[in-house]
Design a protein. Structure first.
Length: 130
């Protein structure tokens, strides 16, 4: 068994696709439009759904903003150089909300960015195994 995807409700599907693909470097894997049910989906990720967990971006017609609530924390992504990735995010118009640096009480380098809907994304620096 494995995790297949995490669903995020978004206020503007095209804006969110542009962020996850253009800023974070994911691939658009597939889309579905369900006009009778009044929603559209886009699946994005770094690899195919058969190999890795992905994000399902869900746009419900006519809803342009959601209360993110207090229960959701963040999505975590791994990068070899978090500071460099933050700079790339800024260059592409993204918002870094916590600069790269060690996690409180530890040595792992992390940073946070926000997507266009305000969802937090943690970058965790992982060095190649020696």
């Amino acid at each position: 068994m494995r995790i297949l995807h995490t669903m995020l409700r978004v206020g503007n599907l095209e804006r969110s696709i542009k962020f996850y693909i253009g800023v974070l470097g994911m691939k658009l894997l597939r889309t579905t439009d369900r006009p009778d049910q009044k929603y559209s989906l886009a699946f994005v990720g770094y690899d195919g759904e058969d190999k890795a967990a992905v994000l399902e971006l869900t746009y419900n017609y006519g809803v342009d903003k959601y209360d993110l609530g207090a229960g959701f924390g963040h999505i975590a992504l791994e990068f070899p150089d978090v500071a460099k990735t933050c700079e790339a995010v800024r260059t592409k118009g993204g918002t870094v909300t916590r600069e790269a640096g060690p996690v409180k009480g530890g040595t792992t380098v992390i940073a946070f960015v926000a997507d266009p809907d305000g969802y937090k994304i943690e970058f965790i620096e992982r060095k190649p195994a020696s």
